[in-house]
Ligand binder design. Structure first.
Ligand SMILES: [Fe+2]
Length: 380
């Protein structure tokens, strides 16, 4: 018998137009008329999405301060600045609106605002997270990270090193999944973030930590994403496909929250040390390069992945799906030294990336890391 524990899942509101429920949920968590800090991806202002969220809050009687002065992945000074705004505005609730960066920021801001500590205090679990953090509502606008249901925040510390904070306190109280907010995402980002979500689900149900309970979410995520990714890329306004992607990415988030990732994320994290390649694309391509090799470590789990994709061979089905998105496969011109697999392998073997190496269904030796790095760098 496979013994396991599933961690709690935030309340999930799913459906087109569910942004309208933000006011009611804010009232339930922060009280009537409580001040709100909205942490919003700056790109959403021009798309009218930040304005829509603020309107919903205003109609429900909430005043809000907005923090949108950040770019790319969260950095410690951004989180500290947002926490300062939360304190001075006496915010009682934090709403994160955007991709993984905005959500990861909001989750940590809710902790830092209460404790008064810098975000760096929580890097690598150095300090326990506060038990009384502000309530958090997470509203993803990309179908990718699943951060709305996970207890991790990734950010760059003061010396720009990528670190993570982890704990139950970081898990949002409510996730609002409204596919209408994702229709403006351009095809290449839909493809990259969608592949990231798919890889979350595949890795969480095939790695050494997988369990039967978590497989339920992973397999559903895999079937939702594999049936809808190409549709969402080719027709950005297809609200049914957008909804399936958003739900799939949320279920993939539940997947990694319980069982973590594996070799494809080991490679994409190693790549992040060397070149500025988008996480979703790097991860999707790392899976493409290694799925055949890894699947030999647990053929049964990969047969179930294939079944969730409606196929008999997971590696072939995954290859077909990746290519159907039109994502650029070859890594020339991306800033990596394609002739130096040894360097990439060294980063794959680093202590920070070791847990993802160890959890992989088939453990790669040092020599095999070089071979796998080479497979990745020579993708075509
Ligand atoms: Fe990822």
């Amino acid at each position: 018998m496979n013994s396991f524990t599933l961690s709690p899942i935030p309340e999930i509101l799913f459906g087109a137009g569910r942004l309208a429920d933000l006011g009611g949920k804010a009232e339930g968590l922060g009280g009537k008329g409580a001040h709100v800090l909205l942490v919003a991806d700056p790109a959403l202002r021009g798309l009218g999405i930040t304005g829509r969220a603020l309107d919903v809050l205003a109609r429900a009687g909430f005043e809000a301060s907005t923090y949108e002065d950040f770019k790319g992945e969260p950095r410690q000074p951004d989180i500290d600045q947002a926490a300062e705004i939360a304190r001075t505005s006496k915010s009682k609730i934090v709403v994160g609106l955007g991709g993984g960066s905005a959500l990861d920021t909001a989750k940590l801001v809710a902790c830092c605002a209460v404790s008064g500590l810098d975000a760096s205090a929580y890097a690598l679990c150095a300090t326990p997270l506060p038990k009384n953090r502000l309530p958090v509502i997470a509203i993803p606008t990309t179908a990718g990270t699943g951060s709305e249901v996970t207890r991790v925040s990734v950010f760059a510390d003061a010396s720009k090193v990528k670190v993570w904070a982890w704990g139950e306190e970081l898990k949002p109280d409510v996730a609002i999944l409204d596919p209408e907010l994702t229709v403006g995402v351009p095809p290449h980002i839909t493809a990259a973030t969608g592949l990231d979500a798919l890889v979350h689900a595949i890795e969480a149900c095939t790695n050494k930590h997988r369990n039967d309970g978590n497989d339920l979410y992973c397999h559903k995520a895999i079937s939702l994403i594999s049936a809808n990714l190409e549709r969402a890329v080719k027709d950005p306004d297809d609200i049914e496909a957008r909804g399936a992607m958003l739900l799939g990415s949320c279920y993939g988030g539940i997947g990694i929250d319980n069982c973590g990732t594996a070799l494809a994320h080991n490679i994409s994290h190693a790549v992040a040390d060397l070149a500025p390649i988008a996480h979703g694309r790097a991860t999707g391509l790392a899976m493409l390069a290694t799925i055949g090799w890894v699947s030999e470590g647990n053929p049964g789990a990969f047969t179930r992945v294939a079944a969730a994709m409606g196929a008999s061979d997971a590696a072939k089905a995954y290859d077909r799906l990746v290519r159907s998105t039109g994502i650029k496969i070859a890594l020339d011109g991306d800033g990596l030294d394609l002739g130096n697999p040894k360097l990439l392998a060294e980063h794959m073997a680093s202590p920070a990336n070791n847990p993802m190496r160890k959890s992989t269904a088939r453990y790669p030796s040092d020599a095999e890391l070089i071979e796998l790095a080479e497979r990745f760098l020579t993708l075509a």
